[in-house]
Design a protein around this ligand. Sequence first.
Ligand code: GUN
Ligand code: FE
Length: 454
Amino acid sequence: MQPFASTIAKVFYGTLIHSASIKKIEFIKQGLLFIDNQGKIAKLLRNVSQDSVHASLEGVEDDKVVRLSEDQFVIPGFIDTHIHAPQYTFCGNGHDQPLLEWLDTFTFPRESKFADKDYARKLYTKSVARSLRNGTTSACWYATIHLEACKELVQIIQEQGQRAYVGKVNMNQNSPDFLIETTESSLRDTRAFIEYVQDVNTKIDHKPLITPIITPRFAISCNSELLTELGKLAAEYDLPIQSHLCENQNEIGFTMSLFPDSANYTAVYADHGLLNGRSIMAHCVHMKDEELDLMKEKNAGISHCANSNFNLKSGMADVRKMLSKGIKVGLGTDVAGGYSPSILEALRASRTASVARDADTTLLVAELFYLATLGGAHVMELQDTIGNFEVGKEFDAILVNTSTEDSPVDIFDHDDIESKFEKYLFLGDDRNNEQIFVQGKRVRLPGSSAASRK
Ligand code: GUN
Ligand code: FE
């Protein structure tokens, strides 16, 4: 057997912060975190004093050891359970309109440009880099209907080193002429996309980071036949599924007029084989109790997109109720319904929404941090792989520094590591994300703070 030290690629010594559970943030002081050469967490020691650290590092070469300063700590990477890659091009635009009007005037015309794969490469390169540098180490991406552009997105995500679910969007009805498919072409291209990703994954020397995800845009844009066939494809290839659900009242009304045989909007997906433990439903703002119960029964997850829900005036989702029913919940930026590609912004909007809904049942900081990390891992059904620093999981993480040169966070003498961490959550941004890791490998992004610092 190989001696332990020879399998170690990196060690962090200092403060490590993660969710031990939804109610508890664990601050591991004087922690020693060992990452092996597969990118997995091999060992985690707590309270290792300066005097004994040398012995604990026996056999590990010094250049593999990162000694964190008083202003640095390591947290799990953020998980964005809902983001549209083509929509980064109009983040911050169009917030005077509600969902269906916003889709018609902003979203659909801009998404149609991704028929051009060179255009897609250029813009997707920016979308993915922006997401990564904000600390999103795992993302559930929507692309567009265009197969070639979807492949570009996969290549770019792979080049940049993010963990991702990537969906070719399906739309065969109630869509403009310039952004619509036939049932046949939609299914053919979806199958081709799945097989493309599977093929890409056979050509790499590490555990795959990219998974195709079945992505009916929402029930309005897919007829019953397409939804049924997509449910079958998900089962055939054993894939996750993502869509939008109960975002706004006009959307719900239109959906129920299209699918009068289903008991409610959530049931539309269930009735077409699209609601199960690997389903990720975004928004869920206006859910009836029976719909939440159906989500729970099917073990489907919810992507809470508070920033988007404010911007598109959709409303405020009842996350407290979702959690008390035991439903899996994570955070989504929903770029560009949400104007920010940062999960920190999603966390802040989630807090504001929860306070505005009911000040007595506000989401606590520990819960918000959980939703941004381990909660998202549960929604992606990757809780055994990522989400916190349990031994055996893969190391997806952010090395945060609250005192970088251009830090938006000011630190004072009274700030202990707990308060530095909270300040980062509420004031920090990508300028504090000094280094970003996915599966143990440092992500390097041209032009970002994460790359320019050592
Ligand atoms: N529902 C259907 N498509 C979309 C989209 O692109 N963004 C949001 N927020 N909701 C949708
Ligand atoms: Fe969305």
